[in-house]
Design a protein around this ligand. Structure first.
Ligand SMILES: *Cc1c(COP(=O)(O)O)cnc(C)c1O
Length: 457
């Protein structure tokens, strides 16, 4: 097979700034050993997130110029609405400034104390918005999805049997809707199969519970279905996406992922009554229903991005570039979540640094070292992000200690990825010399953003 190349040429470039290792040792210390606190300009390769970091195409930039800024009834809104309808088949399309705004509005309407929202795995903003209303967010991921070393095609699948048992135990009247997140971001960007979406829908239908898709990475998920699920190899990604959404009664989406834009999102649904209530809230918190917290030009860029994301040359390159980095790491013995998901590589810090216990944050040790060694910014997804304390102040670690290297869309080339591999390998080769960290400051909530650390000497 020939090399899968970047399916674009570069018209506009943004220089990246080189620093020396000595400078980075000081910069990360000044940042309290928390890469969130670094100035982006001091980062060489930024793999903190794939959210809002996409490179827009020349057509998207042209759309920015062409955007219609009318307060009401902008032509950019109608183009956006038509594109979302074409892909999702859903009736009511409500633009929001990003994914969490769609979640906030939806759960303000359907959530509340005593309610439960099941999902394969709630993304952190989804969980926060469910729980902010007093409702409970419940994860029902299949067993394989919980084990980094198990290779399976659809590790994002929901456990359908558990879902049914959960509904029976909880009572359908306490479950305003069921969600499924494609791909499963918090579980390693792992895809969900069409069969699983169908099975989940069937259970939901049996109990008359609407099914909503958290659609941030719907195109990456559709491409995995095309590649891995029997019966789909000859279907277009658009057709596959349309089938996925045909089982849904609604969707939330952060356009900062698979709509290739830097800001935007939407809520889409079929229930007229709920749509009306959501629009009423939208007017209070986001804006008029034909712009919802965005400029007309943003809607234009989202519409164009949603067309481009379905290009199979793009998706082949996208999925391949992550798989390529994964293959190189696995071949060198570096432990990662296998197989790699759609948007990121997750290093398994527990196996990478078995001698550093959760209390000393092995993921954070890797994150700091990747920056010091090569100017790469990544993020810990383990005890720093999700750790809790028991009554005696002892850390209760989450099941996995991970480091996420999220790959921005259309931003880095193969040589950047090769460089990332070389740096990870360098850090891996000196792993026995790495030391853990302790927290010296933490906020009461979402501490990973602002926590300050010190190395344990
Ligand atoms: C990013 C993301 C969200 C939230 O979207 P924002 O645009 O960041 O508010 C929700 N769900 C998933 C799965 C995500 O990846």
């Amino acid at each position: 097979m020939k090399t899968i190349i970047e399916p674009f040429k570069i018209k506009s470039v943004e220089p990246i700034r080189f620093t020396t290792k000595e400078e980075r040792i000081k910069l990360i210390k000044d940042a309290g050993y928390n890469p969130f606190m670094l100035h982006a300009d001091d980062v060489l390769i930024d793999l903190l997130t794939d959210s809002g970091t996409s490179a827009m195409s020349s057509k998207q930039w042209a759309g920015i110029m062409d955007g219609d800024e009318s307060y009401a009834g902008s032509k950019s809104f109608y183009r956006f609405e038509e594109t979302v309808k074409k892909i999702t088949g859903l009736k009511y399309i409500i633009p929001t400034h990003q994914g969490r705004a769609a979640e906030k509005i939806l759960f303000s309407v359907v959530g509340g104390k005593g309610k439960f929202i099941p999902n394969n795995t709630h993304f952190d903003t989804t969980r926060a918005n469910v729980e902010f209303t007093g409702a409970e967010a419940v994860d029902l991921l299949n067993e394989a999805g919980k084990h980094p070393e198990i290779r399976a095609d659809f590790k994002g699948n929901m456990d359908v049997k558990k879902l049914e048992e959960f509904i029976i135990k909880t009572g359908r009247e306490n479950i305003p809707l069921c969600m499924i997140t494609v791909t499963n971001n918090s579980g390693g960007g792992q895809p969900v199969s069409m069969q699983n979406i169908k099975d989940v829908k069937q259970v939901c239908k049996k109990f008359d519970i609407p099914l909503f898709i958290d659609a941030c990475r719907f195109a990456e998920n559709a491409y995995f279905i095309k590649r891995r699920e029997p019966g789909y190899s000859n279907k277009s990604v658009l057709e596959i996406a349309q089938e996925m959404f045909s089982y849904a009664d609604g969707a939330t989406m952060s356009a900062k992922k698979d709509a290739l834009v830097n800001i935007g999102g939407f809520l889409a649904l079929n229930d007229e009554n709920i749509a009306q209530q959501c629009r009423n809230l939208l007017i209070v918190t986001e804006g008029f229903p034909t712009y919802g917290g965005l400029a007309g030009r943003d809607l234009e860029a989202v519409a164009q991005g949603l067309e481009e994301i379905l290009d199979e040359h793009y998706l082949q390159y996208r999925i391949r570039s992550i798989e390529y980095l994964g293959e190189k790491l696995v071949a060198s013995g570096v432990p990662i979540i296998e197989p790699p998901g759609g948007h990121a590589i997750y290093l398994d810090a527990k196996r990478f640094l078995p001698n550093i216990p959760s209390e000393n944050f092995p993921g954070q040790a890797i994150v700091c070292e990747l920056y010091i060694e090569g100017g790469i910014r990544s993020v810990e997804i383990g005890s720093v992000m999700f750790g809790k304390y028991d009554d005696n102040g002892k850390l209760i670690p989450p099941p996995m200690e991970l480091v996420r290297l999220a790959i921005p869309r259309r931003v880095y080339t193969q040589s950047h990825i090769d460089y990332v591999f070389e740096i990870i390998l360098e850090v891996f080769n000196k792993r026995k010399a790495l030391k853990g960290y302790k927290i010296v400051y933490e906020a009461p909530m979402l501490r990973h953003f602002t926590a300050q650390f010190e190395p344990i000497i």
